[in-house]
Design a protein around this ligand. Structure first.
Ligand code: ADP
Ligand code: MG
Length: 698
């Protein structure tokens, strides 16, 4: 239950004066709350900048292109002829120069009233030079002396949505601030004063009601305070969940090695040291009575899937079942196909379950699963459905974690009596992000790549040179090579993506005929499989694709990766895509086709790609260039799941928040002290429901 104290903040914005049902809907859209925006959402909608109305130069000194407030005398009105298209102009001056105020489609009476001839006025707005004259089009403010006295010196500027104006949001935020209840301090007073940060309420006040544009700087004390609060809430929630997870008893699954040894000895290669180490760590977890929650991270192609398979084999040796979940149909199927021969030879029984299974097929799988006739189930998120019941699930492997939410991860954990969870991610996640999103999850890292991998030659070319690329492909394919051709990502519009891929496919067919295949996200599942299969068994030589091939697909003979409009992809994505080649014996190359001219960030990304193949370095650079969203594979800007904190500016606060959270949990794990109670309020304020659920009444 949310403490009553917070209720005013969770009231609908439509309870604010001046916000009717219509404006209310606009706020829902602005604040991205389809279920109804609340005051707290509005207060967490921080202005992106501000206008400094204190900038009051003389006309002669006023900087062009900036917002200024000028003290002027009204000299002349030039009303347009009736029904004319020309604007209404008013000439104003001070003793250093003059400015034309320009009003389109103006209400003449209003202008005459606001700007009486000969009177002194203050006008505020953007000053521009037009045709040799200084002008201000539609000044933001036209004030007399009395109005000037009321002019806020610094005005917040918010992101808007169509139909809402700055003054709507300003007024609503002002009214919301007035309803902010007195809240207890949830930080140790010592730690705060040390850093000189304001209280939560003062911080909100100073961003929505800035007295200085500096308050909106992401590194201002007010912004730091808000970010720290959000990070503290999230770290506390993570630590609580982790602690809870630890108290869940686990099961001891110690395999005797009979199956995994068979698999290992059938491999045409030996495990890398990293793989051995990771397996050792995982098996130790499986063999202990604590629940495992481990992240297995390693660059593309570092051999995570094999580690997971061997871990699953151990669990089966101990008499239990294991499941592996992949983010896409293609991947689930690929995992299944590639593991199946190894498993069958070793006596493991496998099952596959995706959203595409026919009813009969699905029922058979369900029955076999419940009867324990399937040892390892591979599938998409379809394996989460309630109707899916395992006989004895002991290990859940989640591939490519960042595509799944925390809820799904936990849901899989609930499928068995005491399920150990192994999360695999192909995107090397920088330490700060691991902490932010996974808390103190245990981590195994595959740093080495399997021996014999050749470096991938990466080149960048402008799109105009596509002819050369096609010519080069002709030669390479004549020598037996295969290539991926990845098509541009057009905004977030899948249909446009597909159209672009289709068009490229048709162009390439003119050169290569039937040797070209196509796969994209809107194709039927069976067609996708057919296209992948044709490429896998070398019927087709070039596979044109949208980013569906991004994650995990493995065709060792493919040695060329062409990425069209590389400037539109994030670094992490480029790296993932490039990781599709360089897996076989042949020397591989990656061609980044870009549209010139390149922007700064795109140029930097492409340079990093040319310089490095080290996924960890690329992830760190990515974090610097684009912020954390990209690293986690989400396209939105900002930090997924966070509203006030942004890792590139507030990253250093993360360890502060962690330390604080750890100290609290050590001293008062049930949050029942005064300090603990304040923290309960914090968890509610930031809606850390998963942690709130764990709280006992107190
Ligand atoms: P990841 O899932 O980490 O991207 P995979 O498990 O798909 O990587 O492995 C990529 C390829 O490398 C597969 O073809 C796999 O058989 C092969 N591979 C895995 N481990 C080794 C190893 N130790 N030595 C050589 N090849 C390996
Ligand atoms: Mg993989």
């Amino acid at each position: 239950m949310r403490p009553a104290l917070l209720n005013p903040l969770f009231a609908s914005v439509s309870t604010l004066p001046g916000v009717g049902p219509k404006t209310g809907k606009l706020f829902d859209r602005l604040l991205d709350r389809s279920t109804g925006a609340r005051l707290i959402d509005l207060l967490f909608h921080i202005p992106h900048s501000s206008i400094d109305r204190r900038n009051r130069p003389k006309i002669a000194d006023a900087p062009r292109g900036e917002i200024v407030t000028l003290e002027v005398r009204v000299v002349e009105h030039r009303a347009p002829p009736p029904r004319g298209r020309v604007p209404y102009r008013v000439l104003v001056e001070d003793d250093t120069g003059d400015v034309q105020l320009v009003f389109f489609l103006a209400n003449h009476a209003w202008i005459e009233k606001m700007l009486p001839l000969g009177e002194r006025r203050w006008i505020s707005g953007k000053l521009e030079l037009w045709d040799g004259h200084l002008q201000m089009v539609h000044p933001d403010r036209v004030l007399d002396e009395e109005g000037l006295a009321k002019l806020p010196p610094v005005e917040p500027v918010y992101w808007l949505t169509e139909g809402l104006y700055q003054r709507n949001v300003q007024k609503a935020a002002e009214a919301a601030l007035a309803r902010l209840p007195a809240l207890p301090e949830w930080h140790e007073p010592k730690s705060l004063s040390l850093r000189g940060l304001p209280s939560f309420a003062d911080a909100l006040l100073s961003v929505h009601h800035p007295t200085n544009p500096k308050s909106l700087d992401p590194a201002s004390p007010a912004r730091l305070r808000l970010a720290l609060d959000e990070l503290l809430a999230s770290q506390l929630a993570l630590i609580m969940m982790r602690a809870k997870f630890r108290t869940l008893s686990g099961r001891i699954s110690t395999g005797d090695g009979r199956i995994s040894q068979k698999i290992e000895s059938a491999l045409p290669f030996t495990l890398t040291n990293s793989q051995k180490e990771a397996l050792h760590e995982i098996r130790a977890d499986l063999g202990s009575d604590k629940r495992m929650l481990r992240l297995l991270q390693g660059d593309v192609g570092s051999g995570k899937t094999l580690v997971a398979l061997l871990a699953m084999a151990s669990v089966v040796e101990a008499g239990h079942q294991a499941a592996m979940m992949a983010p896409t149909e293609i991947l689930a199927r690929q995992h299944y196909e590639r593991m199946k021969p190894m498993c069958e030879d070793a006596g493991l029984r496998m099952g596959l379950m995706t959203g595409r299974d026919k009813v009969g097929e699905r029922n058979r799988t369900l029955a076999a699963l419940a009867a324990g006739e399937i040892d390892i189930l591979v599938g998409t998120h379809a394996i989460f459905q309630e109707s899916v019941i395992f006989k004895d699930l002991a290990l859940a492997v989640v591939d490519e974690q960042h595509r799944f939410g925390v809820h799904q991860r936990l849901a899989l954990g609930e499928k068995g009596a005491a399920v150990d969870v192994l999360v695999m991610t192909a995107t090397p996640i920088p330490r700060t992000l691991v902490l932010t999103y996974f808390g103190d999850m245990d981590v195994s890292t595959l740093r080495e790549k399997p021996a014999g991998r050749k470096p991938i030659e990466t080149r960048a070319l402008p799109l105009e040179r596509i002819d050369e690329v096609i010519f080069g492909l002709q030669r390479a394919i004549a020598q037996g090579a295969q290539a991926y051709w990845v098509c541009p990502l057009v905004e977030e519009n899948e249909e446009l993506d597909v159209a672009a891929a289709q068009e490229r496919y048709e162009l390439l067919r003119q050169f290569f005929g039937d040797a070209v295949g196509l796969v994209h996200g809107q194709m039927k599942g069976r067609d996708k499989d057919a296209a992948m299969e044709a490429f896998q068994n070398q019927q087709t030589k070039i596979l044109v694709a949208t980013t569906v091939i991004e994650v995990g697909v493995d065709v060792p003979n493919a040695s060329i990766m062409v990425i069209e409009h590389a400037e539109r992809f994030g670094l992490a994505q480029l790296h993932q895509l490039r990781g599709r080649v360089g897996r076989g014996a042949a020397k591989s190359s990656c061609l980044l086709l870009y549209k010139a001219p390149l922007g700064e960030v795109a140029k930097a990304r492409i340079n990093i790609m040319r310089e490095s193949e080290d996924g960890f370095r690329i992830a760190e650079e990515d974090l610097k260039l684009r912020g954390e969203g990209e690293v986690l594979g989400t396209r939105q800007s900002g930090m997924p799941g966070f509203r006030l904190a942004s890792l590139d500016v507030h990253g250093q606060l993360l360890s502060v928040a962690r330390d604080e959270a750890q100290q609290i949990m050590a001293a008062d794990p049930d949050l029942t002290s005064e300090h603990g109670k304040a923290l309960r309020i914090l968890l509610h304020l930031f809606e850390r429901e998963e942690a709130v659920k764990l709280l006992r009444a107190g």
